[in-house]
Ligand binder design. Structure first.
Ligand code: SF4
Length: 148
């Protein structure tokens, strides 16, 4: 049986990004061969529309570029993503780097100046709290080696 993988929907070509586009991975077919993919988009699952204003993390909160506090939607999306992982007994995730939901090593600095700082998205943080390993799209080789 294939290992299960929680994966950002935008990495699978779904147009769930804030601007209505996606981040389709060239190596998606390699992943499909090795994993049973479970797609999530925490921002949409938290009730945000497509398209939507971009948002960034500031402290414990998330704000849109228009200054709207969208922390609740981000938290709800994270909880729903976690529920899917736990229900399906998923122990690994591959999430889009730098997103305020899915980032794993860095996020934007909260000032909308296109600068990144070390940090993790709200969903990544919650998944890691529950011992789910989170990789990003730059670590696909590591991820494939991990399950060998
Ligand atoms: Fe992709 Fe995650 Fe943003 Fe959804 S929340 S568009 S899955 S990076």
């Amino acid at each position: 049986m294939k290992e299960k993988l929680l994966i950002s929907a935008c990495l699978c070509g779904k147009n769930t990004k804030y601007n209505g586009k996606n981040n389709l991975l060239l190596k998606l077919s390699d992943l499909e061969k090795s994993f049973d993919l479970h797609l999530i988009c925490p921002e949409v699952m938290g009730g945000l529309p497509i398209p939507r204003d971009p948002s960034e993390i500031k402290g414990d909160f998330v704000f849109s570029s228009q200054g709207k506090n969208v922390t609740k939607e981000y938290q709800l999306g994270a909880q729903r993503a976690l529920r899917i992982a736990l229900k399906n007994d998923i122990r690994i995730a591959l999430l889009k780097e730098s997103s305020p939901s899915c980032g794993s090593f860095q996020v934007y600095n909260g000032e909308f100046t296109h600068e990144k700082i070390p940090g993790e998205g709200m969903t990544t943080k919650l998944l890691r709290k529950h011992n789910i390993l989170v990789f990003n799209e730059n670590q696909i080789t590591d991820l494939l080696n991990f399950i060998k």
